[in-house]
Design a protein around this ligand. Sequence first.
Ligand code: ATP
Ligand code: MG
Length: 568
Amino acid sequence: MNMNHIEDESKKKTSLNFIEQLIEKNISEGKNGGRVHTRFPPEPNGYLHIGHAKSICLNFGLAKKYNGLTNLRFDDTNPAKEDVEYVDSIMRDVKWLGFDWEDRLYYASDYFDQLYEWAVVIIKKGKAYVDDQSAEEMSTQRGTPSKPGIESPYRNRSIEENLDLFRRMKDGEFPDGARILRAKIDMASPNMQLRDPAMYRIKRAHHHRTGDKWCIYPMYDFAHGQSDYIEGITNSICTLEFEVHRPLYDWYLDQIVEGDYRPVQTEFARLNLTYTVMSKRKLLQLVEENLVHGWDDPRMPTITGLRRRGYTPESIRNFADIIGVAKRDNVIDVALLEYSIKEDLNKKANRVMAVLDPIKIILTNYPEGQVEELEAINNPEDESAGKRTLYFSRELLIERADFMENPPSKFFRLAPGNEVRLRYAYVIKCNKVSKNTEGEITEILCTYDPDTKSGSGIPLTRKVKGTIHWLSASQAIPAEIRLYDRLFINENPDDVEEDKDFKSNLNPDSLQIINGFVEPVLDDAIHESKYQFERNGYFCVDLDSTPEKLVFNRTVSLRDSWTKMNKD
Ligand code: ATP
Ligand code: MG
């Protein structure tokens, strides 16, 4: 994937997507008074994920672009799976992403009385009936897309009887599942959604807001469009699987709309990402079976997980912008999400040095006990980030992988007889290694060249090809470093053998915890602050981090390292 190309595209982006085209047409025709009012309607049955973020950015973004409004509405019509923990997390996540519903926080459950009244209106029109059959009977009568369904024997009940039964359903006279209220539409419709769909079911479940007031609950399809109508929504934007529900959305509105105002449903393709599961049901399984450490595990595609991983709201919004809205289902390369955070952190994150897998260097010609202060630039992309002090001394730590005893010819890092530049410091030369009785290297003995101090202006008379990062051993601070990798090994986690499920594609190495060292400047770094560990990637301070024990998460690795870079 050519990322530069994508960036250019996103900067140009003058053409309108199909939803914007529709909105501009509606505005020019004065539809709904030229208003634009969208909503984000999560069901509080799980945490929000990156797919929801896409929908949030779309809904709030359109309203912003067209001077409109966006509501946050909890679509809480199924009490069995819903929970206030989810309600709270959803509000937190939407705010964190940078969006504000102001005073427009709504719950579909606030409309239960109105929805009940509208159901009565529809019964009175002779367009809904109470069916006493079992779920199995009704499902066999539904037919198939190519075969018409069979009408229920209860379909032609009188309006009076339907009104009476529906009231008694509400009053709790019948057991759960004994009866349902169905819309009377068309059992032969080629659209299965129109074959007398359920409007209300009996379910004795405690609701997180209405408590035990109701023992009947409206179905999603009946609740959703009516809620849009109550709130004055103009554009009800949802994902493609609801395309076939649109005639039903419209049918229900036809029964209640008075006047000119009317919401319009438009569908777009949901976001799918490689190496990622996006179904709330599957994410819940990962949490409940302790396959991850909770909803905010940095490997989760949840907003709270991405946040803990070190993603910024800007990077997620920018990602949503770059991918745009599509009319057909597709799968986006997760590398594009990783690209978005790298782009953002490149501008914002201060650079520091951290050694993840240390090996010790002794500079045999550097005075014992001497500590020298050197200057380092915090962010070459942002001058205002200033400079910081590095400490240089006789004992240093470097990355084990930056040394090889018997290197191949193109190895430009440290090796016996080789010179290498230490970032912001001096050129050193490796003379000898010390080994323990097992033959493992314990120390690398080097000499430094005092005339090669970075920034001193003294020209180097010889070529030094490699630059490596380092820390002064006695000033370095130990830190736990959590290296995250993709949660799944398969690009499509659902691609499994018949008797297995997506969990068989979990990556056993998605988390590696190591003990490394960081610069002393990080000793009071606060939670969520972000850094580039030079050559190692972008990292952030984890919520588990304390002054006694620093903990960093790797957000994303760097694409390129500056191993071959000559100047600093
Ligand atoms: P489910 O219906 O299985 O509980 P859901 O992901 O549809 O899951 P909702 O809470 O209903 O969950 O979603 C809220 C809004 O977010 C809906 O408008 C939905 O269309 C949108 N949405 C959900 N998943 C995605 C996705 N992957 N890409 C874009 N939008 C999404
Ligand atoms: Mg849904």
